[in-house]
Ligand binder design. Structure first.
Ligand code: CMP
Length: 133
């Protein structure tokens, strides 16, 4: 079993899509093993997305991610990291496959409804960023 880290982003929460997104995860076999609703501080958003700090979209991304509450999730499944990434679809909703979460609930590449860890190492780091053992 593999744990991955997910965020339901502010735009999806404003559209009342928390339940729909979690239902898609559960229906795909991803079990919710930890969850909390939280409004990120600027420091948390900047720390979480530190690897993107030199990118032109960094300031806009951290502003968006602090614009309202998010839901932080630890999801678990066989091959959980890849399973969640496939279910979310491409980063840019315009390029995401039909039926994926980002295609259904994403509004733009920034407000793309959900985050998911890229690798197992990233998942472990990101889970530890928001959840204690
Ligand atoms: P996420 O999975 O949260 O990881 C990093 C985020 O940066 C990504 O989803 C997008 O929301 C955002 N992002 C990536 N590329 C761009 C871009 N070109 N313009 C704006 N935001 C981006």
């Amino acid at each position: 079993m593999e744990k991955t880290f997910a965020i339901v982003k502010p735009n999806a929460i404003k559209k009342s899509c928390i339940g729909k997104i979690i239902a898609m995860a559960e229906d795909a076999g991803l079990k919710v093993v930890a969850a909390k609703m939280h409004t990120l501080s600027t420091k948390e958003a900047a720390g979480f997305y530190a690897e993107h700090s030199a990118r032109p979209f960094f300031a806009s991304l951290t502003t968006f991610m602090t614009s309202g509450p998010v839901v932080l999730l630890v999801l678990e499944a066989d091959n959980g990291v890849e399973k969640w990434r496939k279910l979310m679809g491409a980063t840019d909703p315009a390029k995401a496959a039909p039926g994926t979460i980002r295609k259904l609930y994403g509004d733009s590449i920034e407000a793309n409804s959900t985050h998911g860890s890229e690798t197992l190492a990233a998942a472990q780091r990101e889970i530890a960023f928001f959840f204690d053992k």
